[in-house]
Design a protein around this ligand. Structure first.
Ligand SMILES: Cc1cc2nc3c(=O)[nH]c(=O)nc-3n(C[C@H](O)[C@H](O)[C@H](O)COP(=O)(O)OP(=O)(O)OC[C@H]3O[C@@H](n4cnc5c(N)ncnc54)[C@H](O)[C@@H]3O)c2cc1C
Length: 400
């Protein structure tokens, strides 16, 4: 049986964190998953977020000398698998805040780290987001070879000692409740999105409004919406990395983030496996437990194999993310491609194995089915990942 705290590459501090997360996911997150599924759009379950803050879930990858838990990517990925088994939307709420912190940490900019990261250490939780996608630009902001074709991109223009941001970001996890965002904008009227630059933006200022709040089919625990910038002022020192360095930073962040996206998908796939095992281990038809029938056994074995394969791939990618600079593109993309499919296939198999009971409202499998389709959209669709993977296989430098 999977016991995340026992992974041999975790140090004793990380193993202790994992033990507390396993308990937190089982005792605190899982029992409220069904209720959170019908939460009003744009709202977040602050009580659970606050409880997560107490055990450090909003500062997982922040170094210990900055007050964070200082977890390796391997440990963060194992944490997110546990959260996703209980409620993937909640994994996204914590994960998206980590996604805001990732470019600040990767940039090594001590001033931005000291200015923005302490907000995540207080008793009251602060949420953040990473704002990339737009109405007209989705994959066009994921694949560098699409950059010339981005349309009407959120823009940044220098005016004195501040940049003025204009445009609308869409589908942004945590946007309705976030205090800070990392925002990718196109600098000085460059064609398409070829001038991509990353900014840290305080969302509680004039010039920033929350636009449409999205009513998602799945991941309903995680609020999402638009961020609208109208001459929003961003100080020059809030550029992360360099002007025009947004594509490189976005790719670096994506390679790290795909590891944890894959672990979230693995958690969704594992939830379906656990549901199917519970059912097939007590339901009898034809005088035998369902798991004793060969056809059901094959389904269950395939589900288990998908979980194990997905986990093996994300752990391998996490080890690379922890030890290779820069994080390679290939392993995280492969891990995410396989795990995203496993989430969908296992939800489908669990529906088949459980039968009519899983088709009832209130049973919970409908939520899993809806959630299972989310991961294949963000941080690279299967088609975008395929281009990244074949780019690596054939060493096509533009896709890196
Ligand atoms: C649950 C969820 C959470 C999200 N959270 C965030 C967030 O926090 N921050 C953020 O910035 N965004 C977020 N997003 C948005 C996400 O990043 C975009 O949805 C994603 O980039 C894809 O863009 P799109 O949906 O506009 O699809 P499009 O890019 O329009 O793609 C539509 C289809 O065309 C295919 N396609 C596109 N280009 C190619 C190509 N070259 N070859 C073959 N096929 C192609 C795609 O694979 C897809 O099947 C989130 C989305 C979801 C569903």
């Amino acid at each position: 049986m999977h016991s995340p705290a026992d992974h041999p590459l975790l140090d004793s501090h990380e193993a202790a964190v994992l033990r507390s997360v396993v308990e937190f996911a089982r005792e605190v997150i899982a029992p409220g998953a069904a209720e959170r599924d019908s939460i009003e759009k744009g709202q977040v379950d602050w009580e659970t977020v606050r409880a997560g803050q107490q055990i450090g879930l909003l500062r997982m990858a922040m170094p210990r000398d900055l007050g964070g838990l200082g977890l390796s990517q391997l440990a963060v990925a194992l944490v997110l698998e546990e959260l996703a088994v209980a409620d993937p939307g909640m994994a996204l709420v914590f994960g998206a805040t980590g996604l805001f912190q990732t470019p600040i940490l990767l940039s090594g900019n001590a001033r931005l780290q000291e200015r923005y990261l302490p907000a995540f250490l207080g008793d009251e939780p602060v949420l953040a987001c990473n704002a990339v996608a737009e109405q007209l630009n989705g994959t066009d902001l994921v694949l560098p070879q699409h950059a010339p074709f981005a349309q009407n991109m959120t823009s940044a223009k220098l005016s004195g000692d501040t940049y003025l941001l204009n445009g609308t970001k869409r589908y942004i996890t945590n946007a309705p409740v976030a205090t800070y965002a990392t925002v990718l904008a196109n600098l000085n009227g460059s064609p398409g999105s070829t001038g991509l630059t990353c900014f840290v933006v305080d969302l509680e200022q004039d010039g920033v409004t929350r636009g449409e709040i999205h009513d998602k089919v799945g991941y309903r625990t995680a609020p999402a919406g638009e961020l609208v910038f109208t001459d929003a002022r961003v100080p020059v020192e809030n550029v992360i990395g360099d002007e025009y360095g947004g594509w490189d930073l976005n790719a670096a962040v994506g390679n790290v983030t795909r590891v944890t996206c894959a672990s979230v998908s693995t958690g969704i796939a594992r939830h379906s496996l656990e549901r199917a095992m519970a059912w097939c281990g007590e339901r009898k038809q034809g005088g035998k437990m369902l798991y004793e029938h060969q056809m059901s056994a094959r389904k269950l074995a395939d589900m288990a194999a998908r979980v194990s394969a997905s986990r093996a791939l994300y752990l391998d990618a996490a080890v690379k993310a922890d030890n290779v600079i820069p994080t390679p593109a290939y392993e995280p993309a492969v891990a995410k491609l396989v795990a995203d499919r496993a989430a969908i296939d296992n939800a489908d198999a669990a529906m088949a194995l459980i039968g009519a009971q899983a088709f009832q409202r209130g049973d919970g499998m409908d939520r899993v089915l809806r959630d299972a389709y989310g991961p294949r959209i963000y941080e690279g669709t299967p088609e975008a990942l395929a281009l990244v993977i074949t780019g690596e296989l054939f060493d096509v430098s533009e896709t890196r």
